[in-house]
Design a protein around this ligand. Sequence first.
Ligand code: F6P
Length: 368
Amino acid sequence: MSLESDVECCKRLQWRLRLVVSPFVRVGVLTGGGDCPGLNAVLRAVVRKGERYYGDEIVGFRDAWDGVMDRRTTPLTIETMRGLLPRGGTVLGTRRGSPFDRPEGVDQVEATMSDMGIDGLIVIGGNGSLSVANKLYTERGIPIVGIPKTIDNDIEGTEVTFGFNTAVQIATDAIDRLHTTAESHDRVMVVEVMGRHSGWIATHAGIAGGATVVMIPERPFNIEEVCDRITRRHQRGRFASIVVVAEGALPLPGTIEVADREVDQFGHIQLGGIGALVAQEIRARTGFETRPVLLGHVQRGGTPTAADRVLSTRFGVEAIDAVHRGAWGQMVALQADRIVEVPLSQVAGRTRQLDLSLFDDVAQVFFA
Ligand code: F6P
């Protein structure tokens, strides 16, 4: 064993012993990446179990990693969390970005934790934040427990992320509304939903909303085939159609051209626009009146569904228990309706793609 890994081992042992010696801990919590419905419900659950059951002090870091590096905190207590269960967004604020983006960033995280006496961190985030959490744990021994969140449902290791159910419900409600206006005008409505790398929202909302066609990132689409389906539907006397497109869906190479997308300062490609392109192509190739609808951030806003509130609460309770077990480097997850722990190393840098049997064996049965 190298000297470096000895040091890492000692560090982790030190954190673990501290928890064994003292049952009360000071836990830092942050929310990272894009927001999603259910974040406040998770925070509330961490605080409720931590404060009432273990006597912990929960410190909220504002604006994700920025708050840890710059020591911007807010106390989270049972009192301050009152009434937040159904509230969308996150009271802590959130950002993209990571301590690894700043030259002194990781040292700042460590300094904050030791100066403030923070025994461990709970990181509530998506693929980006959980990868950062894994790196901080494996490379620097920082004690972290992860909680998966994203409306996209694309995190490895868990069968569901909170926020997904709400996003699907919002998209389904929108599709239900679009059916009636599409029918009044004999139009094709092209609904673009979120789903950067995966077609979970598109497929679930497409099935629930009775879509004519669904297009997902996992399956490059053939625009000719899409137009043929809609035309055949018209020939059968069905003049209104709903086409659901995931924002990350792409055409088969050499079919239609997609303009280069902007990339933000964190290397995050700005999606949104494939629905308008698909609508334009359908109109041009079929002659049918077609309208694009971009649902965008509506899917991420507002109150979480009951299912998301329950999942968020289960994750929050389990995460604070994991802290007290010293289960550092783990992420809480849902598998076969049980909350389990999965090593962050098995989650980092991966994307959970749609179960294609849902697309091929179920969704496609209802395509025009
Ligand atoms: O959180 C995931 C996600 O909702 C993606 O589906 C979407 O592409 C992205 O966030 C949008 O990010 P932003 O809010 O930074 O535009």
